[in-house]
Write a protein that binds this ligand. Sequence first.
Ligand code: AQP
Length: 333
Amino acid sequence: MKKKIFSGVQPTGNLHLGNYLGAIKNFVNFQNQENTECIYCVVDLHAITTKQDPQELKSNVRDTVAAFIASGLNQKKSIIFNQSAVSAHSECAWVLGCSSRMGWLNRMTQFKEKAGKDKEKASIGLYVYPILMAADILLYNSTHVPVGEDQKQHLELTRDIAQKFNIDFEAKNFFILPEPIIQKDFSRIMSLKDGTKKMSKSDPSDLSRINLTDSNDEISIKIKKAKTDSHPLPDEKNGLAKRPEAKNLIGIFSSLNNQDVDKTLNEFSGKNFSDLKIKLTELIIEKISPISSEIKKLKMDENLIDEILNKGALKADEIASKKIKELKKIVGF
Ligand code: AQP
C-alpha cells in the first residue's frame, strides 16, 4: 500500500535546528522514498491560536516555504501549501469538533503548557487546536504522520476522533487511522541555555536556539555560550543520563553527522566541552550555512514562493474538497 505522509509546521518565526533535525530533515527523507506521497503544510490557521502580526504572519509563511525548499523539499515531489488556502480544513474541523469530547481535549498537555497558569485567558483556538490538526491529517487519508515526541498525544487524539466519527456515522474506514512516525533518537532538540527545555521559536532568548538563517559568527557565539556542566564528557550513553546539556550537544552532533551517540562519545570521551564545541560549531556551519544562504536567496524571490504555494494549494484542494464532499453526504448536509 502507498504510504501517505502528512505533516505541518507553524509559521510562527524563524525555523531552528530543532525543527530541522526533528522534522524537516525527515520530510526530505520521506519525499525521496518509493511508493510514498508527501504533503507538507504551513499551518497558518494553527499559528493564529496565539497573537500574530498580520504582516509578519504573511512573511513567516513565505520564510517557512523558503526553509522547506532550501532544506531539500521539492514541489515536484511533495505537495507544499498553506493551510488557510484550502477551506476544507476549517470545514472538516467543525464537523470533527462535534464528534470530539471535552474530556479528551482537557487531557491535552500542550494546551496546559501553552496556556500557562491563566488558562481562562487562552484562546478557544488554542484549546481546539488538536481538532484542527486531526482535520489536517484525516482530510488527506494520511497513513503516517512524522512528528516530534511533543505531538504524540495529538496523534492519538486524531485516531480517537476518526474512530468515533466512523462508528457514529456507520462509515467504516471513512477516516483512516494514521500512525505517528517518531524518531527513536533526537526527537527533541533542547534549548542551548537549558537542556531541560525544548528548543523553540518562541523562547525569548535568541541564544537558546540556532536559527536556520544564523550567520557563521552567530552560530559560533551561540555554541560558545551554550550551557554546559563541569565534568569531562563520558564514554558511554548512561553517563549522559543526568547531564541534559551534555546529552543535547552530543545529540545535535550525532544527528547532524547521521551517526550513533556511541560513535560520537567514542570521539569525545574524557575530553572537555571546549573540544566538543569547536567540532560542533564546524559541523553546524558545514550543514546549516548552505541552507541558510539558499533561504536568503529564495526570500528575495517572493513570486517564486507564492507560485509554489498556489500550485500546492490547487493540488491539496483537489484531494481535500473531494473528501469534504463525501463527508457532507455522510453527515446529511
Ligand atoms: N526542539 C525540537 N526538537 C525536535 N523537533 C521539534 N519540533 C519543534 N521543535 C522541536 C518539530 O518541528 C515540527 C514543527 O513544529 P511547529 O513549528 O509546528 O511547532 P512547535 O512544535 O510548537 O515548534 P516551536 O519551535 O516550539 O514553535 P513555537 O515556539 O511557536 O511553539 C513539529 O513536528 C515539531 O514536533
